[in-house]
Ligand binder design. Structure first.
Ligand code: G4P
Length: 525
């Protein structure tokens, strides 16, 4: 495609993630969005998940067993002239590292909050990452069909707990059994609450925000109360400011019920108006690459083995940052300088994975990987070398010693460990003295997933012995003296052969620092 076509194509892209605390309704709203996109035909797949026919975005076997979404997946669909990429993020807190990286690959985020619960811990953590990136954040207060907290109270919490200004795009008229509708401030209309199969019905408002013509709602005291509240937020609240939305300083707020599909379309339509198209990506040297730059470039934010049990494969997820991807194109892998031909690629749909021919900046593609890629790698076409900013790494806080149960099966054990470790959710270390395998993770569940997958995908039963160590600190190789290793710490090396100490607690770390005041220990490499 020529430059003009590329520009038009990129301008249509909307790439975002939904962030939430588990159970706030992320899966349910995702499915409603897929319904609007015509990708799935039936709502209620969340319920189906329980009966085995679970949400399309939950792929892995382990998710079926636990009913949680473990892996990030990508869904693409067209709606209202836009091409939408939703990156699913695992809700479970143990998978936060994976989730954080996914947030590096999106241009905006939708924060789904349970109206009865308000802001919960996981939402807070994920919000911080979005804030750090300065991307626009849109808020959807969910479960309006149930009695929840007062809307004023919920909006105040956004400012008090998250420190973000809010602008109400709409306001609930009642809630739970008394839910009458939404006062749609942005569209100057009322969206009436009615049975889900009846679709949307609106009442138009006049310039003063009053219902035009006669309607029983006019006489309802609840409606009068909502008018007062709306007046209050309009006057005392933050003003609508597109610039602030773009900077992630002000969040447009929507109310609704994902389960009954109420307010979701209103949300999606407004969201698409204000959510940004792909923006320039920063490189390590401080320069930026514009999405309309015709040379293809992108970075790998996730690697996953055996995503689909029917295709035993490994897939590297690439966020395209500039230009157009074409199947069979030649690129350079920045880390090694190696030339690669990208002949085996896939794009993500909710139903199936389809072979992908082209994609542009903003899209996510999956590359079948035979061991070339690592998380954080940049790939680019053309002569001009590029390297995108490093992805954040999170230091593990839990460690286990891992061995193969059956010593005769060392080969599959090594293969499994090495492949799963490349996905980046767990870290692998070897002890200096005995060369034992030690795994580090941010949360316990990652070990369980590892064990399960070793057994299921590599036919390797593993034993894991928890270790008391909780703190990992790297030391510059030229400062290392193996005598520093004592009963109070464990000296190990990471996959790049960099030395680090594992300490049981802060006391042990301080003891070490007191003993070797000139040694500089760092939390991350
Ligand atoms: P998650 O991906 O954020 O973890 O949440 P998910 O969509 O799976 O939703 C969690 C539960 O909340 C589900 O209930 C779902 O039906 C319900 N839910 C989601 N949106 C709404 C909503 O707008 N209104 C109401 N009333 N419920 C909603 P579940 O699968 O039956 O689980 P549970 O009820 O047994 O906990």
């Amino acid at each position: 495609m020529d430059k003009k076509q590329l520009e038009a194509s990129v301008a249509k892209r909307r790439t975002f993630a939904i962030i939430s605390h588990p159970d706030a309704g992320k899966t349910t709203i995702t499915e409603q969005l897929l319904l609007f996109g015509g990708v799935v035909r039936q709502a209620g797949t969340v319920k189906a998940r329980k009966t085995g026919n679970f949400a399309k975005s939950d792929w892995m076997e382990i998710e079926k067993k636990r009913g949680i979404s473990v892996t990030s997946s990508v869904m693409q669909f067209d709606y209202a002239g836009k091409r939408i990429n939703i990156l699913d993020t695992p809700g479970h807190e143990d998978f936060s590292e994976d989730t954080y990286r996914t947030l590096m690959a999106v241009d905006s985020a939708v924060m789904v909050i349970d109206s009865a619960k308000g802001i919960e811990p996981q939402t807070k953590k994920l919000f911080k990452v979005c804030k750090m990136r300065g991307i626009p954040i849109f808020t959807f207060f969910n479960k309006l069909d149930r009695d929840g907290r007062e809307p004023l109270d919920l909006c105040a919490e956004l400012e008090e707990v998250l420190g973000i200004e809010s602008y109400a795009m709409n306001w609930p008229i009642g809630m739970g059994k008394g839910l009458k509708g939404l006062y749609d401030i942005y569209n100057n209309r009322i969206e009436l609450h009615q049975r889900e199969d009846k679709g949307q019905e609106y009442l138009q408002l006049d310039d003063n925000g009053e219902i035009i013509g006669d309607h029983p709602l006019k006489e309802d005291s609840l409606y009068q109360q909502v008018l007062d509240e709306v007046e209050l937020v309009k006057e005392a609240g933050s003003q609508f400011d597109e610039e602030k939305i773009a900077q992630g300083e002000l969040t447009p707020v929507f109310f609704g019920s994902a389960l009954t599909n109420f307010g979701v379309k209103t949300f999606l339509d407004a969201y698409l108006q204000f959510a940004p198209a792909p923006s320039p990506h920063k490189m390590e040297d401080g320069k930026e690459v514009a999405p309309n730059n015709e040379e293809f470039s992108g970075f790998i934010f996730k690697i996953q083995a055996n995503m689909n049990p029917r295709h035993r494969d490994r897939i590297a997820f690439v966020r395209i940052c500039s230009g157009e991807f074409e199947r069979g194109m030649d690129v350079t892998l920045e880390r090694t300088g190696k030339a690669l031909r990208l002949s085996n690629s896939t794009q993500f749909m909710a139903d199936t994975r389809e072979t992908l021919e082209t994609a542009v900046a903003g899209d996510i593609i999956g590359l079948y990987d035979t061991g070339n890629f690592q998380i954080g790698d940049t790939i680019y076409a053309g002569k001009e070398a590029r390297k995108f900013e490093k992805l954040p790494q999170f230091t593990p806080e839990l460690f286990v010693r891992v061995t193969a149960k059956n010593v005769m099966k060392q080969k599959s054990f090594h293969k499994g460990i090495n492949q799963l470790v490349q996905e980046g959710a767990i870290q692998l270390y070897r002890s200096y003295s005995t060369n034992d395998y030690i795994l580090g993770a941010v949360g316990q569940l990652q070990f369980e997933v590892f064990k399960f997958r070793m057994q299921n995908e590599y036919n390797s039963e593993v034993e894991m012995a928890p270790m008391g160590h909780k703190i990992a600190r790297w030391i510059a190789p030229d400062q290392l003296d193996e005598k520093m290793s004592s009963s109070r710490n464990l000296l190990v090396k990471d996959r790049q052969d960099q030395p680090l100490f594992l300490f049981e607690n802060e006391f042990a770390e301080r003891w070490f620092q007191d003993k070797y005041p000139d040694v500089k220990l760092t939390a991350k490499l």
